[in-house]
Structure formats: C-alpha cells, structure tokens
Design a protein. Structure first.
Length: 251
C-alpha cells in the first residue's frame, strides 16, 4: 500500500481479504459499507474485549431495506431470522444494544478473568428484505470512540441527554480550496452540535477535554428548528488534520 501523492498529510485506510462465504470482522469506529440482494444475508463479526461496556450495532440503509439479526452465542455464528438472539426489522435504520450482562451470560469468554480459549464475539447478519440493499454497518462498545464518517454517506445515530455521540472527519490539508460541510438532520427531538480541530489521531477516550463539548469547541450549532450545520473552512483546515464532531440531546 503506497500513498499516491507527496506531502505531509496522513492517509488512514483499512484493508481486508475474503475467501468463499466469508465473515467480515468489524473495526470499532469504522463503518463497513455492504450490499446485498433480496433474500440473502451478509455475515459479520465483532470482537469484544474481556472488559468493556454494552455493544451497539447499527445499520444505516442507503438503498432498500436491510434488516439486522444478531447472535451472541458461540454456537451460532450465522444468525438468521429464525435463529438469533436479537433482531431489528424496521423499515429504515436498525440499531441494537446488547447489555454486558447478556454477553457474559451467553458466552463465558465475555466474562472478566475468563480462562476460555474462545473469543467474546458478536455475530451479525444483515438480511436484504428488498430487491437490492446498500448500507453501512458499524459496531462499538465504547461511547467515547468516534465514528469515522465516510464522505457522502449519511450515518444513522441515536443520542440521549448527557450521552453525546462522537464522530471524526479527515481534513484534506493539501487542498487549500477545500470546504467541508457537516450536516446533522434530526428525525426527532432537538440536538446541539460541536466541532473541534485537532492533530491527535488517537482516540482520547479517557481525556474528555480533547473531545468537543459545551466548554471545549471551535464551532457550535444550536438551531432548534432546522438541521445542524458545521462548516470546515479552508482557513480552519490549515491548522488541523482531524475534525472531531459531537451531537448531544438538547435540554
């Protein structure tokens, strides 16, 4: 893998290989774009640590109606609508949150200090209930891990009061004319949006001051009637490489 252009900008990417009827491993914070045809499922897995929080799996449809089926049993690595522990079949986006206690009860490898040689894994099937499906899928177990946004692809999210969701956007500092617009369209309720420019590519999960919020941000949007819009202007892109954004439920 080689960088195409010269310069100091950092290039971040993921790479994978597949063989046969594969099960794609999800990376926390990086949505996986997938597609399918009617009546078929695409399979995924998400590795959980022995210590962690609840697991949240979200599928955002761009075309068609993908449904979500999940197994947390090591004996069922290919969940279906007839054999699964959790399911969500909404007409739009689907999101499932699994309590840590449920993981530990179903799979001994998920328990702290487990001596099991098996892994703590969440098995996921995205079933296409329409003629064609195009979607993104993401999984997380830490609310402070930002989701990397994919240019041009909306990302479904749920935010509760006092529990902000974080997102990260790469800024192309090599293009002085670049102006990025981040828009958040609420489906219900009111939200507040904040952004923060930084050169820190690590996820500062235990350093809250490095995340945007009411007391720590470069820009903010509080419009209670319309979509929240955050603009990254070219003068801003000259001072950063990474943009963190967050949304929080309005009071």
């Amino acid at each position: 893998v080689m960088r195409e252009t010269k310069g100091k900008e950092t290039v971040i990417f993921t790479v994978k290989y597949v063989t046969g009827k594969h099960i794609v491993a999800l990376i926390e914070g990086y949505p996986e774009v997938g597609n399918g045809t009617k009546g078929l499922s695409e399979l995924y897995k998400y590795y959980m640590g022995a210590y962690g929080e609840e697991a949240t799996v979200t599928v955002t449809p761009y075309l068609g109606n993908p449904d979500l089926y999940i197994s947390i049993s090591p004996d069922n690595k290919m969940p279906t609508k007839d054999e699964c522990d959790y399911l969500s079949t909404a007409a739009g986006a689907d999101s499932i949150t699994i309590a840590r206690e449920s993981l530990e009860k179903k799979n001994p490898a998920c328990r702290p200090n487990s001596l099991s040689v098996m892994n703590c894994v969440v098995y996921i099937a995205v079933y296409c209930a329409s003629l064609e499906c195009l979607y993104s899928l993401q999984a997380s177990q830490n609310r402070n891990t930002p989701t990397r946004l994919i240019e041009g692809l909306p990302q479904y999210g749920i935010v509760e009061e006092g529990k902000p969701q974080f997102y990260a956007v790469m800024v192309d500092t090599s293009n002085a004319t670049t102006e990025a617009v981040i828009s958040i369209q609420p489906k219900s309720g009111h939200i507040k949006a904040y952004s923060l420019f930084t050169n820190n590519f690590e996820c500062p999960a235990n350093e809250s001051l490095k995340f945007p919020g009411p007391d720590n941000h470069d820009t903010a949007s509080f419009d209670r009637t319309n979509a929240q819009v955050l603009v990254v202007r070219r003068e801003d892109s000259n001072k950063c490489c990474l943009l963190y954004t967050s949304d929080a439920a309005d009071e």
